[in-house]
Write a protein that binds this ligand. Structure first.
Ligand SMILES: NC(=O)c1ccc[n+]([C@@H]2O[C@H](COP(=O)([O-])OP(=O)(O)OC[C@H]3O[C@@H](n4cnc5c(N)ncnc54)[C@H](O)[C@@H]3O)[C@@H](O)[C@H]2O)c1
Length: 253
């Protein structure tokens, strides 16, 4: 039997691959045999990810791009296909978090959260789907427990992640009669750099913030990356239209 997430000879595009979960996903997929186009705004992070991919004996294409700019999304897909000649998996992992009182949220923050967390996965999927239909590939979207529960001071983030969960299900239904598979994961809290953006507004109510405290603890980035790699690979053939919560029961009750 091969590797449970065997990606030998396959090509993946991973956004948010300059750190955190995206970096772990890119390296996990490389370990499983894939060549990877890694996309992020963080140049030093991409260099590190590329090094780790090459250490696995796979090829890395560094694609430095701001995915909040719409035209950069199809360009990332085009660069991947130009370099590697195919695309088997699109992993939409890049994300941003902005906390605020809703009545004070700057429109620039609202627009950025929507652009990176929701519009970019749509535009990347739009450009990738013709290639993924050819390769019988997969899309994996990184949502959040915020897609499933209202979180105080996180209206934009919750709305963007719930939107991404529904985008996943709607596209899964649309491509139901094709071999393309489209799924999402909803991580609970993980230790990554996005934690630095978890800055509640002045005067935030600790009781409201405490309502989604992870009593069993945080989720390991490596565990989440293994799940994304599994969903990106043919090994997960039974999954289509799933939004999988890996959150140690934070959303269970
Ligand atoms: N860490 C958590 O607790 C947690 C929980 C639930 C969901 N998530 C989601 O998991 C995903 C990965 O986040 P993470 O925890 O690894 O955080 P992270 O901040 O380490 O990684 C996010 C990556 O996205 C990149 N990015 C942000 N804006 C971008 C843009 N405009 N263009 C290109 N790249 C951009 C960042 O540079 C960063 O490398 C995100 O979608 C996040 O919302 C994280």
């Amino acid at each position: 039997m091969g590797h449970p997430s065997d990606m030998t000879g396959k090509v993946a595009l991973v956004t948010g691959a300059g750190g955190g979960l995206g970096q772990a996903v890119a390296v996990t997929l490389a370990r499983a045999g894939a060549d990877i186009c890694i996309v992020d705004v963080k140049e030093d992070g991409l260099d590190e990810t590329a090094k780790r991919i090459k250490d696995c004996g796979r090829k890395a294409l560094i694609h430095l791009a701001d995915l909040s700019v719409a035209d950069n999304c199809p360009a990332a897909v085009a660069a991947t296909v130009k370099a590697f000649g195919r695309l088997d998996a699109l992993c939409n992992v890049a994300g941003v978090l902005k906390l605020a009182n809703s009545h004070e949220m700057p429109m620039t923050d609202w627009n950025l959260v929507m652009a990176v967390n929701l519009t970019a996965p749509f535009l990347l999927s739009k450009a990738a789907i013709p290639h993924l239909l050819d390769s019988e590939g997969a899309i994996v979207n990184a949502t959040s427990i915020a897609a499933h529960m209202g979180q105080a001071y996180a209206a934009a983030y919750c709305a963007s992640k719930a939107g991404l969960a529904q985008l996943t299900k709607a596209m899964a239904m649309e491509y139901l009669k094709t071999p393309l598979r489209i799924n999402a994961i909803s991580p609970g809290g993980m230790v990554t750099e996005i934690g630095a953006s978890f800055v509640p507004p002045a005067g935030a109510d600790p009781e409201l913030l405490g309502r989604y405290r992870p009593i069993r603890g945080l989720v390991e980035v490596a565990d989440m990356a293994n799940m994304v790699a599994y969903l990106a690979s043919p090994a997960s053939a039974g999954f289509h239209g799933a939004v999988i919560q890996m959150d140690k029961a934070v959303t269970a009750g």
